[in-house]
Each structure stands twice: as structure tokens, then as C-alpha cells.
Design a binder for this molecule. Sequence first.
Ligand code: PMP
Length: 290
Amino acid sequence: MDEKIFLDGNFFKKEDAKISVFDHGLLYGDGVFEGIRAYNRKVFKLKEHLDRLYVGAEIIKLQIPMSKAELEDAVIKLLLENKLDDAYIRVVVTRGVGDLGLDPRKCKKATVFIIAGKIVLYPEKYYENGLPIIIAKTRRNHPFSINPCVKSLNYLNNIFAKIEAVEKNVEEALMLTIDGFVCECTGDNIFIVKNGKLITPPNEIGALNGITQGAVISLAKKRNILFSYLMMKPEDIYTADECFLTGTAAEVIPVVAVDGKVIGTGKPGDVTKSLIQDFRALVKLEGVKY
Ligand code: PMP
């Protein structure tokens, strides 16, 4: 199929969608992005994703040269153009073309592009049997350096941890904060269930305020599951009754072993299973139609 790419106001064929080698998104990882899903011709939490994109851009003092409404419109047009009922959508805003110096003032206009394609999920066996993960030696960026609440194009911190995961033959790695508290995975937030209570780390310690994380917290509240944001140490994960990850690409995925230590029964737990079920129902129901 002739996949189109949105780039600075125009729709290009995939092979014609090109950006400059002087774009600071490429030279310095200077920019922000979002990963968004569409399910059955509905874009899930589109407003929330675009809000997070604009907040991130504001934090890094990047002016997005389109309004939220224009960007929303571009996402929908691209999905229609590419005839996608289900999709993974990547919205990227870079600092734009500058010179070889760091100074963002040299970049006169941000570059905006959107890719919408088919989603490649984790194999279904991981949703049924759970995922083994590791705790990486790489620590999450301190919020005073590159704040993890900005979904920036600079993902080297996450990539280091991902390389550790690959070396240990697992799909995901959990990162701790500089002080050794449980933070988040390379592309997902983490939850545990302990004595019937659902816990995730507070985002302020240096984790992305995940859209899926937020949706799961609301679903848990609807089920009257007790929930708290709590600081945790690795031991809290090792001794949890259940553990799972949340993210736009992964959705809700059970974790059954961390660093080779079995979590709970070693099988996806009941709370996790109900939340997977609720989340799958929610994405079918909610979203911006196109
Ligand atoms: N943490 C990181 C580092 C991520 O890259 C992602 C994926 N965007 C998440 C958490 C999960 O966030 P969301 O549910 O909004 O996709």
C-alpha cells in the first residue's frame, strides 16, 4: 500500500518524506514526540496525547507551528489517507533546521511530521503467560537534567537500559531513579499489586505521566480497587503479588519475573487480568471517531 507521511503541512509518499541533515531533532535529539493508537477507527485519548505533546514542547521552549486543532485534523486526515482502521501513530515535532551549533534560536521553524502505520504488538503469549523483565543498571535521568516527564526525542537513557534488556534476553528493563527508587521501564510505566492494593510510583520522581497509566488508574477506581502512588524499592517489586506494565504500544501487560525472581504465583494475577480485560473494552468504546 502507498503509505503517506504528513510533513510540514503536506502529505508525501513514504520515500519522498525527507528532512534536512541539519534538523536539530536529528543532530541533537532536540524535539518532542507522541505515540498514539487508533482502534477500530477511533483514536484513543487523542486530546490527552496532544496536551502532553504541547506541555513537553513548552517545557523545552519549542513553539509548535500548528494549533492543537490543526494537528488533530492532520492525524485524522493521515489515518483516512492511509485507510487504517487500527494504527500506531507517531507525531514528531523537532526544533527544525539550524546550523551545527546547539543554539535553538538558529532554528527558525519547528519541523512537524506524522507517521501512521500498522502496529506490531508483543506476541499474545506474553499477555497470557506474562513477561520476564530485568532491573537495569542504567538509572533514569534525574528530573533536573532531561526531565522524563517530557517525551523528548532524546531517548538514549532508555536505549541504554533497553540494550541491557536485550543482552539479558528479555523484552523490557525497569529503571530506578538515581536514589534507587523504582521509576519506570524503557517504554512503559510499572504497577504492582500487593495485598489487594494497586501501586505505581509517583510521576514526579522521574517517570512519564503515562496516558495508559492514567486510564488504568481510572479503571481500577471503577472496580473499587484501592490505589496509591508510592515510592518503591526493588524489594517491593520482587515481593509483589502481581506486577504489570502499561504503555500505548504494550497496553496492559503482565510481568511474572524480575531479575529471574518469580513474582507472585509466576502467572498473571487476577487484578492484572481484570484490568487487561477492562482496558481492551475501553479502547473499543472511547476515542475520536474518523
Ligand atoms: N514511559 C516511557 C519512558 C515511555 O516511552 C512510555 C511510552 N510513551 C510510557 C512510559 C507509557 O506512556 P503512555 O501510556 O502514554 O504510552
